[in-house]
Design a protein around this ligand. Structure first.
Ligand code: GLN
Length: 192
């Protein structure tokens, strides 16, 4: 099992640290050939326009689409935006997940927040794990998911903040910034 982390921009270091902590082999991905031999890929949080433009410059768009057609990809925050089909703006997107997102939906940087969420899917990796402490930093909202995708988590007002479409995963928040490794273990189970 080897999980790559897209390392163009954003908090890829924190994802790598979490994967190492749970004993999963990992590597930084900046070039198309670095996708070879990976079982899954994490696209970190950061700034989705920057990540998209750099992916264009590094000729990664098509290789990432091909990778995601067969193998697991998880996008956190900006990474979730990059995975989506529509972000209501002109910016490079992979269009792999049939989700529509709204960037910065919770307001500006100062409106960042943390909240405990019930995420039943995580019981797959830990039956009695309890709520998940979710960190939102200038986060996007998942406005809607197609019939092919499934909602994994909502904030109390009902807005969607995590979704899954087969082996593809999107979270508006940042599990890599906590010590809770359940989401990373859940993703590894999708990559198997
Ligand atoms: N606001 C960023 C964007 O729209 C995402 C923020 C994050 O990844 N924490 O790309």
């Amino acid at each position: 099992m080897k999980i790559g982390v897209l390392a163009l921009q954003g908090d890829f270091v924190e994802h790598i640290a979490m994967l190492r902590r749970i004993g999963v082999e990992t590597s930084e991905v900046r070039l198309p050939e670095q996708l070879d031999g990976l079982d899954g890929l994490i696209i970190p949080g950061g700034e989705s326009t920057t990540i998209g433009k750099m992916a264009v410059d590094y000729h990664l768009i098509e290789p990432l689409r091909q990778f995601g057609a067969q193998r697991a990809i998880w996008g956190t925050c900006a990474g979730a935006i990059f995975l989506s089909t529509d972000a209501h703006r002109q910016q490079p997107l992979l269009g792999l997940m049939e989700i529509i997102v709204e960037r910065n939906a919770f307001g500006r940087q100062v409106a960042s927040f943390e909240i405990d969420l019930e995420i039943p899917a995580l019981q797959k990796v830990q039956p009695q794990g309890g709520p998940f402490h979710a960190v939102f930093i200038r986060a996007p909202l998942i406005e809607s998911v197609s019939k092919r995708a499934q909602v994994l988590a909502k904030v109390p007002d009902g807005r969607i903040v995590a979704a899954q479409q087969g082996h593809l995963l999107a979270t508006s928040f940042h599990p890599e910034l906590t010590l809770d490794d359940r989401f990373h273990r859940y993703f590894v189970s999708l990559a198997k």
